[in-house]
Structures are given as structure tokens and as C-alpha cells.
Design a protein around this ligand. Structure first.
Ligand code: ADP
Length: 149
């Protein structure tokens, strides 16, 4: 039954590591802090459809300084052509790949961030190997892909 499946998935969260369910860094849509948000870039961001974009230091594609919440662009005029560095960034915490899914779920539940960078070497400039969001953990729980509306 669904109940049994869900309960056993909850127990699995204690064993499963974030490294096993993260989105690999090569698949992540990121931007450099010196990217200019002109009309073409804003269109690209909207077309990508992600609500959070990890922002890296120019020339250091795995050294993240925060994330751009796409919703703050709602009132933005692309003709201003501002660089990402002019926008307030949300905190993007790091965690090692052997963090359990249960621990990261608890962390997400505390509400400070709903995305983390998975880093093989937290604190280093090139340790990032993936990202993880609350949705990745929930998908693990219910055992199937969540199709966005
Ligand atoms: P969104 O709210 O942007 O749809 P979710 O948190 O619902 O993002 O995550 C959906 C899936 O997309 C997850 O597997 C997550 O790891 C992945 N994801 C989230 N943001 C990005 C991004 N910027 N680039 C690539 N994958 C992402």
C-alpha cells in the first residue's frame, strides 16, 4: 500500500546520503556575479524555469557566494541591464555529500534555506559537486518525480 511505501521511504532517509540524490553540478543552471541581467539574460532565466539560481565568483564556476531568487526580478526592468552583483543574494549553505537526507530535511524544515550546495570540501573554492533542494528529498520520500504545475 502507499502507507507502507511511504513509511519505509521515511526510514530510508536515515540511511540515504545527499550525495546520492543531489542534482550534479554540471546540470545546474548557475550564473556569474558579473553576468548582466539584460533582456536576453532575463528571458533565459525565465525560460529555464528555476526559482533559485546559484551565483558564483567570476572565473570560479564552483565557488558560490549565494543564490538569486528569481522572484525578485518581478519588478525589475531589464533595460537597466544591472549585473547580478547589484541584487541582494540569499544565503546558499554548503553540506558534505555524506549528510543524511533526514538531517538535511530537518535543516530545510528550520526554514533558513531550501537549497544547499553539496561540497566534497566545504569551505574550499572548488569543492561543489551538486545542489539539493527540499523537492529532491520529498521526491525520495514519495518515490516518484514531482511534475511541476
Ligand atoms: P524550482 O522551484 O526551481 O522548480 P525545486 O526546488 O522544485 O526547484 O527543484 C526541482 C528540481 O530541480 C530538483 O531536482 C532540484 O535539484 C533542481 N534544481 C533546482 N534549481 C536548479 C537550478 N538552478 N539548476 C538545475 N537544477 C535545479
Amino acid at each position: 500500500t502507499d502507507e507502507v511505501t511511504i513509511i519505509s521511504s521515511v526510514l530510508d532517509l536515515k540511511e540515504k546520503k545527499v550525495g546520492a540524490i543531489m542534482t550534479p553540478i554540471d546540470d545546474v543552471f548557475t550564473l556569474s556575479s558579473d553576468s548582466v541581467l539584460d533582456e536576453a539574460m532575463v528571458a533565459k532565466i525565465f525560460n529555464n524555469g528555476f526559482s533559485r539560481i546559484p551565483i558564483h565568483i567570476p572565473g570560479q564556476p564552483r565557488n558560490f557566494i549565494g543564490m538569486l531568487l528569481v522572484r525578485i526580478l518581478i519588478n525589475y526592468d531589464p533595460e537597466d541591464a544591472l549585473p547580478v552583483s547589484e541584487f541582494p543574494l540569499a544565503t546558499l549553505p554548503e553540506t558534505p555529500p555524506d549528510t543524511t537526507c533526514l538531517n538535511i530535511l530537518n535543516y530545510f524544515q528550520e526554514g533558513r534555506s531550501h537549497m544547499v550546495v553539496v561540497s566534497a570540501e566545504p569551505g574550499s573554492v572548488e569543492g561543489a559537486i551538486g545542489i539539493l533542494t527540499l523537492e529532491d528529498v520529498i521526491e525520495e520520500l514519495i518515490g516518484e518525480e514531482i511534475v511541476d504545475e
